[in-house]
Design a protein around this ligand. Structure first.
Ligand code: SF4
Ligand code: MG
Length: 333
């Protein structure tokens, strides 16, 4: 079966005063219809840049230097902005962390909901309005007619995020990319929004790419997980494989740093040290300065991706002698 989205050896770089610096260093993954792939890692690991590369929304100094991105079999990397605009908001949609910045404060919800329908469909005015009402109802906003007349600042954070999702769904996208869609929301609303995305995925058969730094979110929504560190994919697997049998020391660190679901402060800071800068030269495995298991070999040779099982890969020299679930807590405590 052909994948909905297929990314192969993606390298995305930024032109800076220090030269061309790679933020994404050879990333490969695929997403199927009706599947949620979670991309997880610390802020700055390259996960957002990966999705912006797919959307064709890199900042001006960013560029895809290598690799291929195909969507429904069609190559996207060489498309002109105008051609990408035909996909964005139509068959590929994106929702962002802070809907206040993505929604335009000077236009009503209704106006902003009509826009993608205007751009990508041939619906007349009345049909557009009834589609907008239908979408708002679908995302759980009961008084849809009223919401259409409101401005973004008149809505709560949770309502704004629902409006964003409704806009993203306006043209029945095949692929939804969500970058930290619930980070700015409180825990209850977060759970509702995640449930909503999950239901929509199931009902509409969308593929979903969810970017998050929160393993709690991953546990909630992922079918498959891709863990990124310093521009590399360090581990991929099904959600069960990643949670029950994590192989990469970084993944183990991420899991160990989730204290428990009731704790709102789950941060990744439990892993000592921080991500290297883009311009930092690190020999061997890029995680070695922070890895409790690093050996001399790790400092010299960059590990390849080892196949653990059919869908499970780990970019670590230790894959064969991978430690047990118990020892990951010892290593990071
Ligand atoms: Fe740690 Fe070595 Fe594995 Fe890198 S290759 S994650 S340094 S054990
Ligand atoms: Mg980000």
């Amino acid at each position: 079966m052909e994948s909905l989205l297929n990314v192969q050896n993606l390298v995305t770089s930024f032109r800076t005063a220090d030269g061309k610096l790679p933020a994404v260093r050879g990333v490969s993954f695929s997403v199927q219809e009706g599947e949620t792939l979670c991309i997880v890692g610390e802020s700055g690991c390259g996960k957002s840049i990966t999705t912006l590369s797919v959307m064709g929304l890199l900042p001006d100094n960013g560029e895809i230097s290598e690799g291929s991105i195909t969507f429904q079999g069609e190559e996207l990397t060489h498309k002109k902005e105008e051609e990408m605009r035909k996909h964005r908001g139509n068959d590929i949609s994106m929702i962002f962390q802070e809907p206040m910045t993505a929604l335009n404060p000077v236009f009503t919800v209704g106006y902003q909901m009509m826009e993608p329908l205007h751009l990508h469909t041939k619906l007349n005015k009345k049909e557009k309005k009834s589609r907008a009402v239908e979408l708002l109802t679908q995302v759980g906003l009961s008084d849809a007619e009223k919401v259409l007349k409101k401005y973004p600042h008149e809505l709560s954070g949770g309502m704004r995020q629902r409006v964003m999702i409704a806009i993203a769904l306006a043209c029945n996208p095949s692929l939804l990319i969500a970058d930290e869609p619930t980070t700015a929301l409180d825990v209850t609303i977060q759970a509702q929004i995640l449930d909503l995305i999950d239901d929509l995925k199931r009902d509409l058969g969308m593929g979903v790419v969810m970017v998050t730094h929160d393993m709690g979110v991953v546990a909630e929504v992922a079918d498959r997980v891709m863990v990124m560190y310093a521009g590399h994919v360090v581990e991929t697997g099904t959600v069960e494989e990643i949670f029950e049998n994590p192989k990469h020391p970084y993944t183990k660190g991420l899991l160990a740093s989730v204290p428990n679901v009731d704790d709102e402060e789950h941060s990744l800071e439990a892993i000592p040290g921080s991500l290297p800068n883009l311009n930092e030269k690190i020999s061997g495995c890029r995680f070695h300065p922070r890895c409790p298991f690093a050996t001399e070999k790790c400092k010299e040779e960059d590990p390849p991706r080892f196949q653990i099982s059919n869908q499970h890969q780990s970019k670590c020299w230790l894959h064969e002698e991978a430690t047990t679930n118990e020892s990951r807590h010892e290593a990071y405590s």
